[in-house]
Design a protein around this ligand. Structure first.
Ligand SMILES: Nc1ncnc2c1ncn2[C@@H]1O[C@H](COP(=O)(O)OP(=O)(O)OP(=O)(O)O)[C@@H](O)[C@H]1O
Length: 368
């Protein structure tokens, strides 16, 4: 459970993890530029971004596997920047499971439960508790090779949680797993994380995964944080064109600001927009529209201001259908229910009327 929101009385809660001006260079290549981030106790925060944006580099710095070139890392108020991984109160799960093939499931889980704090009986009890927690109580005596990918990753999760770490680091834990199992395991990880209240940092390049299970998402691009926000904030109010295009699907529209204010010209089409900031006449803009906000009508019922758009593809996805359309030079994307699809008779080649609601058009100055 997340701690209650700060009420304004007393000192604000200290973050469990704090990154201050983290930089990382490999030779002359700058992989991380002054990253600042605070993760509250009990939060699940996801680092999301395309390949090469620096997610793993940041996670490895937090884990102590590869120290940052500059900046400080604090955990529970303690500066851990110089500490080795074993002294950091963390548990890690990697994409590759990283289990010992010659040890049983129970031996893998209990591997870190050594030393005076873990007498044999206590270690055995804790192992049984962890295996029950991840639903593998009946697999304790097997070797990892006899388990499915999803089961192996649960073993890795149990092992990472064994010593009740203050911070759980998950590095693409689901990307090697079969898609059907992945969705299920994703929800299990989230519910386990919430039940235990363990502060968690997850690295993924899968935006559906990030939006689906996070309290907050950190979108990264080229070694920088592009935006930090709740999944809804990131999806509904992206900070820039990169976030708008990378997180969630959207029609991407290049346009020029026209007159009167609020009108855009996109090829031969005139569009209405409600930009957050006034845009100067002649400015080039990039607009994004989520597929659920594109309105489709039959051509003979075309409302004023709609564009004729030809259906170029239809994808049936169960509860919704995705329709690709072309209103040259624009490529548009819509999602509708199967009932609406049928009533529109939206088969490839058909021409429909598409309206782009001004209040949903996300408009950014085109700075490229
Ligand atoms: N040991 C290294 N030496 C040189 N460059 C490195 C090293 N490790 C990472 N990099 C570079 O730093 C950048 C960030 O890499 P990183 O692995 O953090 O990206 P990522 O966002 O995790 O990508 P992916 O999803 O593909 O793992 C990349 O350009 C990568 O080539």
């Amino acid at each position: 459970m997340l701690p209650e929101r700060y009420s304004g009385y007393g000192p604000p809660p200290a973050p469990h993890l704090e990154l201050r001006d983290i930089g990382k260079q490999f030779g002359s290549f700058v992989a991380l530029h002054r990253i600042n981030l605070a993760v509250q106790a009990g939060e699940l925060v996801t680092l999301l971004g395309p390949s090469g944006c620096g997610k793993t580099t940041l996670l490895r710095a937090i884990a102590g596997l590869d120290p940052p070139s500059s900046g400080r890392i604090l955990m529970a108020g303690r500066d851990v920047t110089e500490l080795p991984p074993a002294a950091r109160d963390i548990g890690i799960v990697f994409q590759s499971y990283a289990l010992f093939p010659n040890l049983t499931v129970a031996q893998n889980v209990s591997y870190g439960l050594r030393g005076p704090a873990w007498p044999k009986v206590r270690a055995r009890e804790r192992t049984a508790e962890l295996l029950a927690l991840v639903g593998l109580a009946d697999q304790a005596a097997k070797h990892p090779g006899a388990l499915s990918g999803g089961q192996q990753q649960r073993v890795a999760l149990a092992r990472a949680l064994a010593r009740e770490p203050g911070l759980l680091l998950l590095d693409e834990p689901l990307s090697a797993i079969d898609p059907l199992v992945r969705d299920h395991l994703r929800q299990e990880i989230r519910s386990l994380q919430q039940r235990l209240g363990v502060t968690t940092l997850l690295v993924t390049h899968d935006q559906e995964e990030a939006l689906g299970i996070s309290d907050r998402v950190v979108v990264m691009s080229r070694g920088r944080i592009a935006q930090v926000g709740t999944p809804a904030e990131i999806y509904d109010s992206p900070a820039d064109p990169f976030v708008a295009g990378f997180v969630g699907r959207a029609s991407r529209i290049e346009a020029v600001v026209d007159s009167p204010p609020g009108m855009l010209q996109a090829g031969p089409h005139r569009l209405m927009a409600e930009a957050a900031r006034p845009l100067l006449f002649g400015t080039r803009v990039l607009c994004f529209l989520r597929p659920e906000h594109l309105r489709l009508h039959k051509r003979d019922a075309a409302p004023a201001g709609s564009l004729p758009a030809m259906v170029t593809g239809v994808e049936f996805l169960g509860p919704i259908c995705r329709i690709a359309l072309e209103a040259r030079p624009l490529r548009l994307l819509a999602t509708v229910t199967p009932e609406v699809l049928a009533s529109l008779e939206a088969q490839p080649g058909a021409t429909l009327a598409a309206s782009l609601p001004a209040e949903h058009l996300m408009v950014f100055p085109d700075e490229i």
